[in-house]
Design a protein around this ligand. Structure first.
Ligand code: NAD
Length: 253
């Protein structure tokens, strides 16, 4: 018996098979979950990637900036699964001007896009899924430690600080629905989102050296394991938490 046996989980954010969301969806299925994916943009691409999973899941379209997509999400997901026990938010985007050392020059329009897609969407997604979560459940988001100013991460770092706060407020307001809300703060991983950060290679060199347990930038499995654990019944009294999966780097001086 897997730890997600019988659970129905919505996983957002699969773009390639190196996406953190792909690793989460794969492990969730291996642990017994029924998975539904959401896809953004080129759905045929996401559907092609979805076929590589142990059990190809249905893919439902979701652009978190599209109100109609959000308003109809529960209905469209509900066609595949009657209800949800868990939701994974693995979505992030910032325009190029918001990353890479341009912090003092970035326009509000570009910052607003980063915040809309990477921060506000955590709330939008959770609320959009509420009609399917009448039995309670677990909402998990992907974070990058926002307690520090990093090289090159810039406004994405501000967006993640907002995500961390948003997660605590959601934990407060969704507890009445029996829903836990937590974040997994992963160390750097080589994904499409990471490749779009100019200067990402600074992290590639420094992180494995700082992390006492070491850190493999091409292995999303430790991060996926934490997400799956938080989706399971093994964290029944944990909400508003940030679980670091970074080789221990966050704790080092
Ligand atoms: N890669 C890392 O180093 C790292 C580290 C810590 C946290 N994270 C976080 O993990 C999450 C997943 O990123 P990833 O690294 O797997 O990269 P990824 O590029 O594989 O995933 C990012 C996802 O965001 C989706 N997305 C972008 N705009 C969207 C929109 N408007 N509506 C819906 N979806 C949209 C993309 O389609 C993609 O699937 C992000 O929140 C990211 O910040 C990544």
């Amino acid at each position: 018996m897997g730890i997600l046996e019988g659970k129905r989980i919505l996983v957002t954010g699969v773009l390639t098979d190196s996406s953190i969301a792909y690793a989460v969806a794969k492990l969730a299925q291996e642990e017994g979950a029924q998975v539904v994916l959401t896809g953004f943009g080129r759905l045929s691409l996401v559907e092609r990637i979805a076929k590589r999973l142990p059990e190809p899941p249905p893919v439902v379209e979701l652009d978190v900036q599209n109100t109609e997509h959000l308003d109809t999400l529960a209905e469209r997901v509900g066609e595949h699964v009657g209800a949800l026990d868990g939701v994974v938010h693995s979505i992030g985007f910032a325009p190029q001007s918001a990353l890479g050392g341009n912090f003092l020059q970035t326009s509000w329009e570009d910052v607003a896009t980063a915040m809309h897609v990477s921060t506000y969407s955590f709330k939008s997604l959770a609320v959009a899924c509420l009609p399917l979560m009448k039995g309670g459940g677990s909402v998990v988001g992907l974070d990058f430690d926002a307690s520090k100013a990093w090289p090159v991460y810039d406004w994405m770092g501000v967006a993640k600080a907002g995500l961390e706060s948003c997660s605590r407020y959601l934990a407060r307001d969704l507890a009445a629905h029996g829903i836990r809300v937590n974040l997994v703060a992963a160390g750097p991983l080589r994904t499409m989102a990471a490749k779009s950060i100019p200067g990402f290679k600074d992290f590639e060199e420094s992180w494995p050296a700082r992390a006492p347990l070491g850190w493999d930038l091409s292995d999303p499995v430790p991060t996926a394991k934490a997400c799956v654990a938080l989706l399971s019944d093994w964290f029944p009294a944990t909400s508003g938490e940030i679980l670091h999966v970074d080789g221990g780097a966050h704790a080092m001086g």
